[in-house]
Design a protein. Structure first.
Ligand code: CTP
Length: 399
């Protein structure tokens, strides 16, 4: 069977000398039975013609944002929803800048920014433009927003210079597309569960014990599992984050509720316990508000350890059970102890005393400790990229 049968791919061609190579890419997609629609920017028309694209793609080419004929047939939002995947080839420095800054001034940028699908950007530009700090800053933003950047390569350029900025060859771009759909098909049979955020342990109807967890890392993990094709469940304490679309989302407050929902949603293939579960709860919950005069001593009792409960359960244990270790000191030692005491396959340790990578930060820096005594450090990057790194390792493990 052709690897891309029934796959809908929206190609966006921007104005650069490599635009002609997008035709070869379209040819490869068609050969593999993909359904194609194309958007061509005004400047791309200086390099390729709508007629040549239609002849090769056998699909419609869209040009203007305010074209009544197009909007009546398929408006710009429907066009972005139609696609299973969007590939911007070539992506110019101008397009990267627009997407990084949220500028929508033509059909291409409007459709891409309105999209809720995976988007591949294939940059091509002069080496100085590529290396310019403003372009590099845009790229970092785009990676954090979840765009996949393919290339560029190092080589001779059309302008006569040599360096980084040369567009990746169409046959290579095709392989990325093919692998993306292959991976989705393979992971579609896999289930992932993520716990995230803090728990609240009520002392009385108005007071509770909690912690500083923002839930960000767990939400990013759930998004990444979803994007890579896993059937994903996120069990979260109360956070300021929006529920993740396209997954099963369950909100809880207490550790007992988190345990109950976790058990209700097993078995899964992989579970990542990133929640900061409060270690203690009130020994005797008071139904009435505790009066000031009665507050001198609060009696606490230990909460259930959710990950240990699950990982030591004979029939419910996920194939891959992954814990986090939030530490402020002796990180390696404490993480290794948790790996063995909690019977995990991996422990992902992070230093929560460092504000730049701590609970409420956009960034994280982690070290993964594996059951076979090896470990691996992942450098500081956004929590969404850390999530991708972790999920890629999970996929590798299953393969
Ligand atoms: N965890 C859990 N249930 C608990 C406490 C922790 O499932 N009651 C999980 C966390 O989700 C995390 C791992 O255990 O995956 C380690 O959590 P952490 O807060 O770092 O450690 P604790 O076990 O609470 O130990 P300590 O507070 O002494 O560091």
């Amino acid at each position: 069977m052709s690897s891309l049968k029934d796959k809908k791919i929206l190609i966006v061609i921007c104005g650069g000398i490599s635009a002609y190579k997008s035709l070869e890419f379209i040819r490869a997609l068609r050969k593999n039975k993909a359904e194609i629609k194309t958007i061509i920017t005004k400047s791309a028309k200086e390099f390729v013609t709508p007629l040549s694209i239609t002849s090769l793609s056998q699909g419609k080419v869209y040009e203007d944002l305010f074209n009544p004929e197009n909007e009546a047939e398929m408006d710009h939002i429907s066009l972005s929803r139609w696609a299973d995947l969007i590939v911007v080839v070539p992506a110019t420095a101008n397009t990267l800048s627009k997407l990084s800054n949220g500028t929508c001034d033509d059909l291409a940028s409007t459709v891409i920014l309105a999209s809720n699908k995976k988007i591949f950007l294939v940059p091509a530009m002069n080496v100085r433009m590529w290396e310019h700090p403003s372009n590099q800053k845009n790229l970092n933003n785009l990676k954090e927003y979840g765009y996949k950047i393919i290339g560029p390569e190092i080589g001779d350029m059309a302008c006569g210079e040599y360096g980084s900025g040369k567009m990746t060859e169409p046959s290579e771009i095709f392989k990325y597309v093919e692998n993306y759909f292959k991976q989705l098909r393979r992971n579609n049979n896999l289930k992932a569960l993520v716990t995230a955020g803090p728990t609240r342990e009520y002392l009385d109807p108005v007071r509770y014990i909690t912690n500083k967890s923002s839930g960000k890392q767990g939400y990013e993990l759930a998004k990444s599992f979803r994007d890579k094709g896993f059937d994903t469940t996120l069990i979260s304490g109360k956070t300021n984050l929006k529920p993740v679309e396209g997954i099963k989302y369950i909100e809880i407050e207490t550790a007992d509720e988190m345990l109950k929902e976790t058990l209700n949603n097993l078995p899964v293939d992989v579970a990542v316990f990133s929640a900061a579960v409060a270690d203690y709860k009130a020994k005797n919950y008071s139904k009435e508000k505790i009066k000031k005069s009665d507050q001198e001593n609060i009696n606490l009792t230990k909460n259930v350890d959710i990950i240990s409960y699950v990982s030591k359960h004979n029939s419910l244990r996920p194939k891959l059970t992954i814990g986090f270790a939030a530490e402020t000191e002796n990180i390696d030692e404490n993480a290794k102890k948790k790996l063995s005491e909690k019977n995990c396959d991996w422990i992902i340790a992070n230093d929560v005393s460092n504000e730049e990578i701590g609970f409420d930060s956009k960034y994280n820096q982690v070290k993964i400790f594996y059951k076979n005594n090896s470990d691996e450090s992942i450098e500081k990057m956004s929590k969404s990229l850390i999530a991708e790194e972790i999920v890629d390792r999970v996929i590798k493990n299953f393969n």
